[in-house]
Design a protein around this ligand. Structure first.
Ligand SMILES: [Zn+2]
Length: 297
């Protein structure tokens, strides 16, 4: 129930209000010889398969585990050996308990385990989450980065400090030239930043900058939500966040109220591309305003 409550509140909009997992189909897209992107409901998945082990990035919602396993079974007879969570949110970790019980080793930044172990309150969404059962918790945690040498690839997961949350990891499949950004990137929709669990817009921008230095025009980029992206999309995302956050920061310094900032329409030029997702322009402005107000003097 916890995860259903999560999706209903996170996507508290008509299009998502009636979400029925029985209707969800998992779509698979091959990105390299060994790496795939899987799309269903919840965060986009990354998958590495090959001679060594099945390595999965994120696992959506618990009711979708059999469908995710069926999608993987079309690619390889092996079962999932590693799950790496990009952050603690239930639309990325909901399958942990099922996969953990089935024998997968769950890996994440240490703050993911801390957050999943306790009750959390996401103030912006007015949503309380319950502690996860032990079987859902990461059993291997890291602080800065961790590397997996599997399937002829080097899979490098690096912490992005204070970005979408305080426990984000960005996963780079180096030989395959694929990056999974987790929710540090939303493609073509305004991103949610979880202020209540340590997220900051400055951290999201810094992580985008860092990734831009590491990727080429050919790199395939899996965003946490939205369609498959490339370097130009990440650059556009960074530019959008830099411009809008600067406009709101200037007005915070000038002691403008949220209503005044919303009335100034700081997102207007971007709304056509980014404003049709679950955060509409005014809500996105409110989220950034609340996120930045404590750091602006
Ligand atoms: Zn998230």
């Amino acid at each position: 129930m916890r995860h259903l409550a999560f999706v209903l509140s996170l996507f508290a909009l008509p299009a998502f209000a009636q979400q029925d997992f029985s209707k969800v189909e998992i779509r698979t897209e091959k990105l390299s010889d060994s790496v795939y992107m899987l799309v269903g409901a919840g965060g986009n998945l990354g998958l590495s398969v090959g001679e060594d082990a099945v390595f999965l990035v994120d696992d959506q919602f618990a009711p979708l585990t059999p469908k995710i396993e069926a999608a993987i079974a079309k690619i390889t007879p092996q079962t999932v050996k590693f799950v790496l969570n990009t952050h603690w949110h239930g639309d990325h970790t909901g399958g942990n308990e099922n996969l953990g019980k089935a024998g997968a080793l769950i890996v994440a930044h240490e703050n993911v385990r801390k957050r999943m172990s306790v009750e959390n309150f996401i103030e912006f969404l007015g949503m309380k989450t319950q502690p996860d059962p032990r079987a859902a918790l990461p059993v291997v945690t890291f602080t800065t980065d961790i590397t997996f040498h599997l399937n002829g690839d080097e899979i490098f997961a690096q912490h992005a400090p204070r970005a979408h949350t305080d426990g984000d990891a960005i996963v780079h499949f180096r030989k395959s030239d694929v990056v999974h950004m987790g929710d540090v990137m939303f493609n073509k929709l305004y991103p949610f930043i979880d202020t209540s669990t340590g997220g900051t817009v400055e951290g999201v921008i810094a992580a985008a900058e860092r990734t831009l230095k590491e990727v080429s025009e050919r790199t395939r980029i899996i965003p946490g939500h939205g369609p498959l992206a490339n370097r130009a999309d990440l650059e556009a995302y960074r530019d959008m966040l830099v411009k809008i956050s600067a406009r709101i920061r200037d007005q915070l310094r000038a002691k403008r109220t949220l209503e005044q900032v919303q009335a100034s329409k700081p997102t207007a030029e971007f709304d056509g591309v980014w404003g049709k997702g679950f955060l509409k322009p005014d809500k996105f402005v409110e989220m950034l305003y609340r996120n930045m107000e404590k750091r602006v003097q």
